[in-house]
Design a protein around this ligand. Structure first.
Ligand code: CU
Length: 302
């Protein structure tokens, strides 16, 4: 089986010049956003994103004009969800967010939110042909992603005997049924002006502690999303077990550090704060949302 790279795929290792270009764009990209926020804090977040994209696009066009068409395109901050599918094939997910699953999960398609990572096995069809790897139409409102061809997979030659897809993988401890030390609820919101994007009615403030947790505690968190858009919840340091989505129990196959909270929905997670005291953050991992204030501080104390 050979895969034809997508048109935007990189060729060969990054050179020093490529890294310099990426740093330049990253600086313009992030810096424009930062200073725009300071200058016009009441500006709508979408306007700030347009500004940010415009500046980055202008820099890209200027560099293309100078250097020619062999520029490598990278979108490390893409705020996109991808609903991925390979025609004629199942995806067998074996790990998520860098954590091995307890069992293989067959999927016809895979929804990946910003920051989510997935490892999948694909068993090639025994029918030669060309199969499309696509990002399918997905999402409400401004989050809508078009149906797009990402790559084609060519299957050719004499078929080999298919290997069995593994079933059981790496065991992990199920936290359900253990005594919960503390339950809390936090709400991801789009409350309108002047906040637009907030957690529990507040913008990010590094000098404020939003949630205080005892070291060693097992906690059950309900993360609500009262908006009409999806928000990928992400927390640093401690991965968690998802136990329900929109009130439906979930038998999660592994630990996660990012999970999508559906529009007008909620998730419940269990997590333990075992090893570290100190402050860190949880936030929406759509970076424009995070940068516009949808982030909060948790402090773990003795
Ligand atoms: Cu968000």
């Amino acid at each position: 089986m050979t895969a034809t790279p997508a048109p935007a795929a990189t060729r060969g290792p990054m050179t020093l010049r490529d890294w310099a270009q990426l740093l330049l764009l990253g600086g313009l990209w992030g810096g424009s956003f930062f200073f725009a926020r300071i200058a016009v804090a009441e500006l709508h977040p979408l306007a700030l994103v347009l500004l940010r994209v415009s500046i980055a696009a202008a820099a890209l066009q200027a560099w293309l004009a100078l250097r020619g068409p062999s520029f490598r395109l990278a979108l490390p901050h893409a705020p996109m969800f991808f609903l991925l599918a390979l025609a004629g094939h199942n995806l067998y997910q074996i790990a998520g967010d860098g954590n091995a699953f307890k069992e293989t999960v067959p999927l016809q398609n895979l929804l990946l939110a910003p920051a989510e990572r997935a490892e999948v096995l694909i068993q090639a069809s025994t029918t030669p042909g060309t199969y499309e790897f696509r990002s399918l139409l997905w999402g409400p409102d401004y989050q809508e992603q078009p149906d797009a061809l990402l790559a084609t997979v060519v299957i050719e030659g004499d078929p080999i005997t298919p290997q069995a897809i593994p079933d059981a993988l790496v065991p992990y401890e199920d936290l359900r049924g253990l005594p919960v030390d503390h339950s809390r609820t936090t709400e991801f919101q789009e409350p309108g002006p002047p906040l637009y994007l907030a957690i529990d009615g507040k913008h990010w403030d590094p000098d404020r502690i939003d949630q205080t947790v005892k070291l060693g505690a097992l906690e059950e968190w309900t993360i609500k999303n009262t908006s009409s858009h999806w928000h990928p919840f992400h927390i640093h340091i401690n991965d968690f077990q998802v136990i329900s989505i929109n009130g439906e129990p979930v038998d999660a196959p592994g630990w996660y550090d990012t999970v999508s909270v559906p529009a007008q929905g909620e998730i419940q997670i269990l997590h333990r704060f075992l090893d570290f005291t100190g402050k860190y953050v949880f936030h929406c991992h759509i970076l424009m949302h995070e940068d516009a204030g949808m982030m909060a501080v948790v402090e773990v104390v003795e």
